[in-house]
Design a protein. Structure first.
Lengths: 399, 112
């Protein structure tokens, strides 16, 4: 196992430490709560000469992503970070980065979107970008945020993939919460991420090429088909990188993290920090003999449809916890529920569990164990009676 | 020239164009709805149209304008707008007074 040191860091410091070790050629970023600490810490590394990075202090997030695109097309290893309204302002160019197949890595510290104005955690920002063509990975803890950042570089730059990666953690809860984080030895981290050698680049003047060219009805469709093919081949690469990282650190990463799923009759599916709260509740209920399990998806894009359906085989009732609403979708459900429901329909052979959705934690609303216990009680009732009841419910909402 | 029959598996990832300077091989004349027509007898070969053409579609040989590259002229009309020479006789193609370069609807030409 590689050497590492244990530090007390918040999620933002954990990510900026990973960025320090990655030492990207270019970082173009604009500060926005609760991502600010990442940019602030990293700009200190630049000022102190700890990294060689060209740090571009742009005028906006649209400018940040645009600068990243240019730098990446020029052959650099490029990173950025944002949240909420910043990601929303980037919108146009977020798609451009993926479509140009540029292996950027962007750290997103999840925060609600306005209005009303709110700086706290929910997943509206990154979930809105779920169809932009990026790989999306969600972290539960500061440790995972650090580990995912190092892995994201390897995933994005994989020659069969060349697709940008968005690496998420929960705003304030993870981003500003100090935790025990194991930081890899600098040399080991650098060895793991390696050096980026693009096959082609704008600055390769001996082999001039055009990037971001006009693509009419004669080629655009083929390029989109190619892009979706790359995403559909990403999962084995993500798993391979996660296993290699596991051999190095003892922390192996996969597609999702199942807990007590082997004989589970009811299950909860939830992303990010809330999985920690849910695990505590599941553990307590297991001690009472209740056959409940938990799945914490790590990879949301590409969506692990077949894998989740397989993991939920034998489960009678499943509750998805969504930290965002897909406004106007079926019953106003959240994206995770919608994707999972589609997967159960497509691959479940009509034998999937009864599924319900719980919208929770919008704008940073606390999620306490009692809410998860309520979900468990609801699930046991559904499993027992076979009656699903309301498709979409709300946790911690004043009704 | 890109293979216009290339399947999605053969297209270049991210739409990168590896052959520099190949736009000449991409025929864009079909976008044109008006065609510039020059009165060859009254043209003074001042080269203003050649200077202004954004698609390098004014063909010049030995210091003389010899015509338009209709494979790439998109019919923007800048040459006709900028042409400083007024005809003394009616335009040899349109029969109208006005400038040496005049825009004529594509529908008047064969193949439309």
């Amino acid at each position: 196992m590689a050497k590492s040191i244990v530090k007390a860091l918040d999620g933002a410091q954990a990510v900026s430490n990973a960025m320090r070790q990655i030492n990207p050629d270019v970082v173009a970023a604009y500060p926005i709560t609760p991502q600010t600490a990442i940019v602030q810490n990293f700009s200190q590394y630049v000022a102190d000469g700890v990294v060689d990075t060209e740090f571009v202090t742009v005028e906006s997030e649209h400018g940040a992503m645009s600068a990243c695109i240019g730098a990446s097309a020029a052959g650099g290893r490029v990173m950025t970070a944002t949240a909420s309204a910043g990601l929303a302002l980037m919108w146009e160019v977020v798609y451009v980065a993926a479509s140009m197949r540029l292996p950027l890595v962007m750290s997103v510290v999840n925060r609600a979107l306005s209005a009303p104005l709110n700086i706290h955690c929910d997943h509206s920002d990154s979930m809105g970008a779920r169809d932009a063509g990026w790989i999306q990975i969600y972290a539960e803890t500061a440790q995972e945020a650090y580990d995912n950042t190092l892995q994201a570089v390897r995933i994005a730059e994989h020659p069969d993939l060349l697709t940008p990666v968005m690496s998420m953690q929960d705003g304030f809860i993870t981003g500003h919460g100090v935790e025990r984080v194991e930081i890899l030895d600098d040399a080991e981290a650098k060895k793991f991420v390696g050096t980026y050698k693009p096959k082609h680049s704008l600055l390769d003047v001996d082999n001039p090429a055009t990037y971001g060219a006009w693509d009419f009805y004669d080629f655009y469709f083929e390029h989109k088909r190619q892009q979706t093919d790359a995403l559909s081949r990403a999962m084995p690469i993500i798993v391979e990188v996660g296993e290699e990282y596991g051999r190095l650190t003892g922390r192996k990463y996969g597609i999702f993290d199942p807990y007590e799923m082997d004989d589970a009759e009811v299950a909860i599916v939830v992303l990010s920090s809330t999985a920690g709260t849910a695990r505590t509740v599941v553990k307590a209920l297991r001690q009472k003999g209740i056959k409940i399990g938990l799945i914490k998806p790590r990879v949301f894009r590409p969506f692990p449809a077949r894998e989740l359906v397989e993991a939920l085989k034998g489960v009678k009732a499943v509750a998805v916890l969504d930290r965002s609403i897909s406004f106007g979708a079926m019953e106003g459900a959240g994206p995770l529920f919608l994707e999972l429901s589609a997967a159960l329909y497509a691959y479940g052979n009509g034998r999937g569990p009864l599924a319900v959705d719980y919208i929770f934690g919008l704008g940073g609303r606390d999620v306490i164990p009692a809410y998860i216990e309520q979900v468990a009680q609801d699930l046991l009732h559904i499993a027992e009676t076979g009656e699903r009841g309301d498709l979409v419910r709300y946790l911690g909402l004043r009704e | 020239m890109p293979n216009l029959e290339a399947t999605w598996k053969e297209a270049s990832p991210g739409g990168v164009v590896y052959e520099a300077g190949n736009s000449v091989e991409y025929i864009t004349g079909g976008w044109r709805s008006f065609r510039p027509i020059r009165d060859m007898k009254q043209c003074t070969h001042c080269m203003i149209c050649w200077v202004y053409c954004p698609d390098s579609a004014v063909v010049v040989k030995d210091g003389k304008v010899v015509g338009f590259d209709y494979d790439h002229c998109k019919g923007c009309g800048i040459c006709a707008q900028e042409c400083p020479v007024k005809v003394k006789e009616p335009h040899e193609y349109t029969g109208q007074m006005g400038k040496v370069i005049q825009m004529v609807p594509e529908t008047e030409f064969e193949g439309w």
